[in-house]
Design a protein around this ligand. Structure first.
Ligand code: GRF
Length: 216
């Protein structure tokens, strides 16, 4: 039997995606060992979720570092203590340096609340409504030095409703995130993903499941 993949999860806030991983692991729907949760925000609620689940956690406060690289070096030193197979960004609100990203090729995965390449950056829900988009959703992608870019593993979309507010849209997109993020990480943990010409392949093929539509 292959050894259980080891993960480090990086958070900055509520950690509902972290919770989705914890719940799926508990329900035996995801084979993953979350060895460590690191937050750059001391008050992040996700830290409580980690503690409650008995997962080791720590804080590396970016405000205590003089620049991005020294923060990333501290982050790297801590991550390397557990030598993870995968580094999961789950609402981690820091831009990572090229040096950091280059240290972990095809090991860092992010979730972004938009249908990339549309709406990189912040406030994606209100921007999608303002732009009168028909669809909105979330993208799970490998991390490259460019922000909110990198080969897409999986996307989930839903139709924007006429009466949607940024908050209602965010809530529904969160449901997609909680469903798809553990699926994508499960594929990575099971070594089913590869990247060829910037496209992610599942079991060596372009997956028909790469864009999923939700009726939410
Ligand atoms: C999610 O919407 C995710 O797409 C974005 O940050 C948010 C994190 O939410 N990157 P949570 O902390 O997992 O609840």
């Amino acid at each position: 039997m292959r050894k259980l993949a080891k993960a480090v999860v990086l958070i900055s806030g509520g950690g509902s995606n972290l919770q989705a991983f914890i719940d799926q692991i508990d329900a035996n729907e995801l084979s993953l060992d979350i060895a460590l949760v690191i937050s750059n925000v001391p008050s992040a609620y996700g830290l409580k979720r980690a503690q409650k689940a008995g997962i080791e956690s720590s804080v590396i406060d970016h405000k205590e570092f003089k620049d991005r690289l020294s923060f990333d070096n501290a982050l790297k030193a801590q991550i390397d203590t557990v030598n993870p197979d995968v580094i999961i960004l789950a609402g981690f609100m820091r831009i990572l340096t090229q040096e950091f990203v280059d240290s972990y090729p095809l090991k860092i995965v992010n979730i972004h609340p938009s249908l990339l390449p549309k709406f990189t950056g912040t406030n994606t829900h209100s921007r999608a409504i303002e732009a009168r988009e028909e669809w909105h959703g979330a993208s799970i992608h490998f991390v490259i030095p460019e922000l909110d870019a990198g080969p897409v593993i999986l996307q989930g979309r839903l139709r924007i409703q006429d009466d949607d507010t940024p908050e209602s849209l965010q809530q529904r997109v969160h449901k997609i995130e909680h469903k798809l993020y553990p699926t994508a990480i499960g594929w990575l943990a099971d070594e089913r993903l590869s990247v060829v010409n910037d496209r992610v392949l599942l079991d060596g093929e372009i997956s028909v499941k790469q864009l999923q539509t939700f009726d939410l």
